[in-house]
Design a protein around this ligand. Structure first.
Ligand code: GLU
Length: 309
């Protein structure tokens, strides 16, 4: 199938040094495979969306020579597609309404019924699996189980990352039944990303390693909805001074793209791309060749400009 890649920023602010690495990696992978590269604006999380940030991101990308091969898709226009996916999940018995408030979940923790999962998210104890018990419906959740007839059985999802290798997550124990529509009525990232990757014909997801942990849930949803699973490549993260992933919370600054060559060279660092060039365009051309050599079965043997990873 023809390669289609994408960069899917959440417009919660302009690009910073970390998000530029993911943008560059996904663009390089698409070009190295002779494929298409799409930008998708993931503005489903309305309260976190900052007005003007998406336009700023597109400008920053364009300054660096990274332009979407199609008009960017905005997730805020995709309600009908997400609703129809949820309807199918409900009809097949995979999704159910959940009336639990955050307080209910915390109480369940206190009662010892559930524990925290890796990112401080609560593993859902299954409270509403058997009905709402008089609670008003708030969110919708999907069963983390191998079959609707065996909701308590273990769901283990294995997938292979092009860089990290084979990864396995026991979704039922580590995550539990997860939210696909939030209590505030907004669509959850997991559902939106799966529906849109399939709708856009995305064959290859290249994104930051902090998102790797979501992949098992996404593969589960793809299987339930009968959608293809793309290939995945999770890229190294840029760390802040505190050793945590660079983010607005630990002081990531808006990326200055007035000097595109410099911006690209910095973003290339974590991707082991450290060649010289006179212009941004020239830098990108060499970067595509190096990337092809390393990640796309290239035959550019011993190109002295390409550092090894
Ligand atoms: N919108 C997500 C973010 O900015 C990325 C989603 C993805 O690449 O799957 O963190």
């Amino acid at each position: 199938m023809a390669y289609t890649g994408r960069f899917a920023p959440s417009p919660t602010g302009p690009l910073h040094a970390g998000s530029m690495v993911a943008a560059l990696a996904s663009w390089l992978d698409a070009r190295a495979h002779g494929g298409r590269w799409l930008v998708r604006i993931e503005d489903v999380d309305v309260p976190r969306t900052v007005p003007g940030a998406a336009e700023r991101i597109l400008r920053q990308l364009a300054d660096c020579g990274l332009r979407s091969d199609a008009t960017p898709l905005w997730q805020s226009t995709r309600d009908a597609a997400y609703a129809s996916a949820l309807e199918r999940l409900v009809a097949a018995g995979w999704a159910y309404p959940c009336g639990c408030s955050r307080r209910d979940l915390l109480r369940a923790v206190e009662d010892g019924g559930i524990h925290h999962s890796r990112h401080g998210e609560l593993v859902y104890p299954g409270t509403c699996r058997w009905g709402l018990r008089g609670r008003p419906a708030r969110a919708a959740r999907v069963l983390a189980a191998p079959s609707v007839n065996r909701p308590d059985a273990m769901l283990e999802i294995a997938w292979t990352d092009r860089r990290l290798g084979r990864l396995v997550q026991e979704v039922s124990r580590e995550v539990g039944d997860f939210v696909v529509r939030r209590a505030d009525g907004l669509w959850a990232y997991q559902l939106a990303v799966v529906v849109d990757d399939a709708a856009q014909g995305v064959t290859d997801v290249v994104r930051g390693e902090d998102l790797a942990d979501n992949t098992a849930r996404q593969v589960h949803l793809q299987r339930l909805l009968g959608l293809p699973t793309p290939r995945y490549l999770h890229t190294p993260l840029v760390l802040g001074a505190d050793g945590e992933k660079l983010s607005k919370q630990n002081g990531a600054l808006e990326l200055d793209t007035a000097q595109p060559l410099q911006t690209l060279r910095s973003a290339g660092g974590p991707l082991a791309l450290d060649h010289e060039a006179a212009t941004a365009g020239e830098w990108l051309t060499t970067a595509v060749a190096c990337w092809r050599d390393r990640w796309a079965g290239g035959t550019l043997e011993g190109n002295s400009e390409c550092a090894s990873e």
